[in-house]
Design a binder for this molecule. Structure first.
Ligand code: UDP
Ligand code: MG
Length: 315
């Protein structure tokens, strides 16, 4: 029988985790497949780890990996991928926004063998602040235009993959991870499963507008070199423009003489160009900062505590 690994990144999910566990158990009873639950504690400051330990004591399919601090959801997912042993591997949030009830359908699509992965996308963003939805849509439009990773609007990280795809994802060991881009970049045949947005069962989202904006920028910088080439384009356009301005100034000087004027326009041009230069240096700085972190080759996460070895030994 094929085995399914479920990876669940958790950061301060003490309220959601028990609800999530019960629901997964209920859903998995309906389908007869072997499975393991990999709970990743991403440096929670509440009782998430205690709950994980309790669950793993009563259920031998539950494994927990507890990070030494908060490393972020991307690192938590990566840890999951590295430790999952299943033929199929799925990632899902602990807050029930990735409904476990979709698992049987996803698994049956995978078992047909036609697709390498089943991914989910929200067709509505009901219950989400309007402004967040607006910027999210714009972001997906932009990143698809300027990068070669195919990123679907409304795509969640919630997806099930076969071993081949997981191996490919694990082989992408970049430090700055943007999973939505990585899943798209590795390719493979993906089936898209649409569903209606579900709100969190408990607790609060860890994202605010600023952190989402940063996430979007990271996505762009990680998967596109377009911002980098923008500086040279600005440069080329400015040079051409300045050539015409030069012509204009020379002709005006020849025809009308040279009354001292144009202080305002000079200042405008200086400020504009200064701004453009700082912006371009800033863009380069962003890429340089990413490179700096990549070259250090720091680990993606540090596991302080886990029961995985014991669980695997018993099995
Ligand atoms: N999460 C995590 N580390 C973090 C932030 C979030 O592991 O630093 C987990 C969180 O526990 C949840 C999932 O990632 O299971 C999605 O987080 P959240 O619900 O806050 O994001 P949203 O659904 O609002 O996009
Ligand atoms: Mg959520």
């Amino acid at each position: 029988m094929k085995m399914l690994s479920l990876i669940v990144p958790c950061y301060n999910e003490q309220e959601s985790l028990p609800v999530f566990y019960e629901e997964v158990i209920r859903v998995m009873q309906e389908i007869e497949t072997e499975y393991e639950l990999l709970l990743i504690n991403d440096g929670s400051s509440d009782d998430t780890l205690t709950i994980m330990k309790r669950l793993s004591e009563k259920d031998s399919r539950v494994m927990y990996f507890s990070f030494s601090r908060n490393f972020g959801k991307e690192a938590a997912m990566y840890a999951g991928f590295c430790h999952a042993k299943g033929d199929y591997v799925a990632v899902m949030d602990a807050d029930m926004q990735d409904p476990p009830s979709l698992l049987p359908e996803m698994l049956s699509i995978m078992e047909r063998g036609e697709y390498d992965s089943v991914a989910t996308r929200r067709v509505t963003r009901k219950g989400e602040p309007k402004i967040r939805s607006f910027f999210a849509r714009k972001f997906y439009k932009l990143i698809n235009k300027i990068s070669d990773a195919d990123i679907v609007d409304g795509a969640r990280d919630f997806r099930m993959m076969n071993r081949d795809m997981v191996t490919a994802v694990v082989s992408m060991c970049e430090y700055n991870r943007f999973s939505k881009g990585i899943f798209g970049w590795v390719g493979f045949k993906t089936y898209w499963l649409p569903y209606e947005n579900v709100e969190r069962v408990a607790g609060e989202t860890k994202w605010n507008f600023f952190s989402l904006f940063k996430y979007a920028l990271d996505g762009i910088i990680n998967f596109s070199q377009v911002p980098l080439s923008m500086a040279s384009w600005f440069g080329i356009i400015m040079t051409m423009l300045s050539f015409f301005v030069l012509l204009f100034v020379v002709i005006r000087r020849a025809v009308f003489g040279d009354p001292v004027a144009g202080w305002a326009s000079t200042i405008c041009v200086i400020l504009f160009l200064g701004g453009l230069q700082l912006f371009s240096i800033g863009v380069m700085g962003q890429y340089l900062a990413k490179m700096y972190l990549e070259t250090k080759k720091r680990p993606h996460y540090i596991i302080a505590e886990s029961n995985a070895d014991e669980v695997r030994k018993i099995k």
